[in-house]
Each structure stands twice: as structure tokens, then as C-alpha cells.
Design a protein around this ligand. Structure first.
Ligand code: ADP
Ligand code: K
Ligand code: ZN
Length: 432
């Protein structure tokens, strides 16, 4: 019998987990207070010090760390160890704003690799699997951190990097790739190319699992990719500030992501007030790294929106679950007074037959919204009324979902820009 957990900590009683967390939190708070002048100053202003922490709940009296804090005394300001202890630099991909510098010690590298190995094992992967890693190698954490973790588990890793889709498919065929790691938007594109080539995933390819993350996507997109590629899709969440991927991962139940609480203290707060939300209520994810040596961050505001899934998971793991990221606080846009996330639009589009994998949201003039949608090659049979009907269906379903009726423009497949990394979905040219 194969053991079902990579590490017994995954099923530790919650009370034990909390005791472990409190111990680690005390240590890390003391360390940051002592070694990081910027954080110490913030604590002093808030009139609080590490010895005030008696219970885990007391963390809410400590100051947050924000993305802006990462630019104070840039780049070394938040280091809690001498530079000699640092073995690696990553920067965030800078989807929003300028790049942040994040530092890892040797211990940090391997601690995160173990979280990845644990997460991959949870999905059923073993040393027999072959992982094609199609995230961007380099300054970005996405590829390298996954790479180390997969190797630790013993998988054979193909460091493909993103792009050159023909070559990606060739690699899959030649080496019998069983698992892929990429962004969901790129996975949709790769799936469409595989489909166009007439390859049958179950027969011509050996794919079993896709680890998709680095950007928000919906359950509808997941289903579409699962059908097109004949794989199980696992949602994989992380951010460079918390060590990269491996922070949260879906278990085979696929009902939310487990966040590894032996490594992170998890809070969800109201983004306006900073106060904790009620269980199940949507708010901003706030994380404290409990294990980080070089650059621990206390109460880091991720800007990612989600909610707790309070029920215990039937997989037996006790670590808290969150819903898939609903969006970034920074991605929200407002049209005619309505707050909209690109994912709301994606969920509608991916559930409509005839819609292909790519779309774009264009904002112009005084709040004019156009949604450009690629249609399936098989869908258009020459009958214009079929297209008009599809257009109407999309506009109406979007109106129901977001309260705003956008203009819909149908375009041929392959005409919207393809992203190999994180997709840029919203183009805002408004004259407001
Ligand atoms: P950035 O994109 O801010 O420059 P990173 O490259 O570290 O920084 O990306 C981390 C961010 O990517 C997360 O904060 C989150 O917004 C997004 N992200 C990562 N994984 C997922 C996922 N599985 N679902 C949704 N969003 C994700
Ligand atoms: K192997
Ligand atoms: Zn589970």
C-alpha cells in the first residue's frame, strides 16, 4: 500500500497545528522586530511589541506588511539575515507595479520545495511522473520553485519554459509527459493547438494532470481544459512574497485549496477596514510566513480575494481551505458604478457553447465596455443568424451576471493576443 500523505503534519489535529503556529509565530515576530528596523518602527507606532502576543488571535493587533513596504529601503530593507546567508534572488513578475525583490536562504529554498513535493504528492504524482514545466524560468518564482519541489519528489522534470507551442507538444510526445505546469490561459491555447492538430489526448499523449496557477481562473475554465486535454486540473496558488508556488494547492476533492498552515498563518480581512471577515465571507488573504529565514513577512496583504471554506475536508487533511482566488483587489474595474472582476466574465464565457478559449475586455470612451470573444472554428457554419444568436446569448448572460450589458464582438479563433504567461484581459482606454 502506498502511504497517502507526504508528511503526517497534513493530518495533524487542528489544536496541535495551532500550538505549532503559536510557537513559530512568536519566534518569527521576535526575529523581525529585532532585525528589520522598518518593521520595528511600524510596531512602535502601533504601540505593540512581540511580547504582547499571547494567543494566535493577538496577531490582528500587529501592523500589516504591504507591497509598498517592500519598496522601503529597496532592495535589502526587509532582509532579516545578513546577505551572506542569501542564496537566491527572485522578483515578482510585476503584474501590477514595479518588481519586488525577494530573497531566499538555503533553508528557504528547501522548505518551499518540500511544500511543493507535498502538494504534488497530494494530487497523486510520484517519482514515476514526468513533469513538463512550462512556466517562465528566471527571475519569476513560478518555474524554478516548482522545479525544485518536483525533483525532490523524484519526478523527471522537463524545464521547457513557456511558449513555442509546437515544441511543447513535440516534447510531450517524445518523452511521454504525464503532468504539465503552466498558466491556465496558456493551457487553453496549448489545448486548442493540440485539438487543431487532430491529436487525441488519451491516445497520442500521456497527460494525466495539469497544475495550473499564477493567475485567477474559473471552475468553468478548469472544466474546459479537463475536457480538452483529458486531464485532472489542480489549482496551484502562491506568490513570490511567500516563496512562490506551493502556498496553497487543491487536493483530489477539488473543493478549494488547502493552505499549508505549518508554514503560513492565514487570515482573511476586509480590504477596507483590515478587520477579520466572518467565516465564508469574501475578503483579502493575509499571510504570515512562519518558516522563512531570509525574508519573513508578517501579515502580508496579498491583494488576493477569497473566502474560507469552513467545513473539514473529506480528504482528511486538517489545513484550512480557501476558495479559488476570485480576483485581485487590483484587477477590479468599475463600469457604470458596478464593480466587476474579469473572472465573472470568464465564468460566463467558458460556460457557453461556441466560445473558444480567448477573450478580451475593452473599456473605452465614457464607460463603454466591449467584450471580444473568439469563437470555435467548428461553430461557424456560414449561417449568420447563428452568430447573431450567439452574440445575443453572450450579451444577455453577461448582463445577468454583472448587471451591465456589454457590446459583444465575435472574432475568429487566433486573432486575439495569446499569452504564454499571465494573460492581460482588460484594456482600459477610457477617457474618464
Ligand atoms: P505578481 O504577479 O504580483 O508580480 P507573482 O508573480 O508572485 O507576483 O504572482 C503572485 C500572484 O499571482 C498572486 O498574488 C495571485 O494574484 C496570482 N496567482 C498565483 N496563483 C494563482 C492561482 N492559482 N489562482 C489565482 N491567482 C493566482
Ligand atoms: K523520476
Ligand atoms: Zn482536502
Amino acid at each position: 500500500m502506498e502511504r497517502s500523505y507526504y508528511n503526517p503534519i497534513e493530518v495533524a489535529p487542528r489544536e496541535d497545528l495551532r500550538i505549532l503556529q503559536l510557537g513559530k509565530l512568536r519566534k518569527i515576530l521576535n526575529k523581525v522586530y529585532k532585525k528589520v528596523p522598518h518593521y520595528r518602527e511600524k510596531c512602535k507606532k502601533a504601540k505593540i511589541k512581540p511580547s504582547n502576543l499571547k494567543t494566535l488571535e493577538d496577531i490582528r493587533h500587529f501592523p500589516f506588511t504591504t507591497k509598498e513596504d517592500l519598496f522601503v529601503d529597496y532592495p535589502f530593507g526587509l532582509l532579516a539575515e545578513p546577505l551572506e546567508k542569501v542564496v537566491r534572488l527572485h522578483t515578482s513578475s510585476g503584474t501590477t507595479g514595479k518588481p519586488k525583490a525577494l530573497f531566499f536562504s538555503k533553508r528557504d529554498i528547501f522548505a518551499q520545495a518540500h511544500l511543493i513535493a507535498r502538494s504534488l504528492y497530494m494530487s497523486g504524482a510520484t517519482f514515476r511522473d514526468i513533469l513538463q514545466n512550462s512556466m517562465t524560468y528566471g527571475l519569476f518564482t513560478g518555474a524554478l520553485v516548482m522545479h525544485y519541489g518536483a525533483e525532490l519528489l523524484g519526478m523527471l522534470v522537463i524545464p521547457a519554459g513557456p511558449g513555442n507551442t509546437e515544441r511543447q507538444i513535440e516534447l510531450m510526445q517524445t518523452f511521454g509527459t504525464t503532468c504539465i505546469h503552466m498558466t491556465p490561459s496558456y493551457a487553453l491555447y496549448v489545448a486548442s493547438v493540440i485539438h487543431e492538430k487532430g491529436l487525441k489526448p488519451g491516445k497520442d499523449l500521456k497527460l494525466k494532470r495539469a497544475y495550473l496557477g499564477a493567475e485567477p481562473y474559473t471552475d468553468e475554465t478548469r472544466q474546459k481544459i479537463e475536457e480538452m486535454l483529458g486531464v485532472d486540473v489542480y489549482n496551484c496558488y502562491g506568490l513570490s512574497e511567500m516563496g512562490g508556488p506551493g502556498v496553497g494547492f487543491e487536493c483530489p476533492e477539488k473543493k478549494g485549496l488547502h493552505l499549508w498552515e505549518d508554514a503560513f498563518l492565514v487570515e482573511i480581512v476586509n480590504p477596507q477596514t483590515g478587520e477579520p471577515v466572518k467565516p465564508g465571507e469574501v475578503g483579502e488573504l493575509v499571510l504570515t510566513s512562519l518558516n522563512r529565514e531570509a525574508m519573513p513577512l508578517i501579515r502580508y496583504r496579498t491583494r488576493d480575494l477569497t473566502h474560507f471554506i469552513p467545513e473539514p475536508c473529506s480528504c482528511g487533511r486538517t489545513h484550512v481551505r480557501i476558495a479559488r482566488i476570485l480576483g485581485r483587489a487590483d484587477d477590479m474595474f468599475i463600469v457604470r458604478g458596478v464593480n466587476i472582476f474579469p473572472q465573472q466574465i470568464e465564468a460566463v464565457l467558458m460556460s457557453i457553447k461556441g466560445v473558444a478559449q480567448n477573450y478580451q475586455i475593452l473599456l473605452e470612451g465614457y464607460d463603454e465596455m466591449t467584450v471580444k470573444v473568439e469563437i470555435d472554428r467548428d461553430f461557424f457554419d456560414g449561417r449568420i443568424e447563428r452568430l447573431l444568436k450567439l452574440k445575443e446569448e453572450i450579451a444577455e448572460k453577461l448582463r445577468q451576471a454583472i448587471q451591465v450589458r456589454p457590446k459583444v464582438e465575435l472574432v475568429e479563433p487566433g486573432t486575439l493576443p495569446v499569452s504564454e504567461g499571465k494573460a492581460k484581459r482588460v484594456i482600459d482606454n477610457r477617457t474618464l
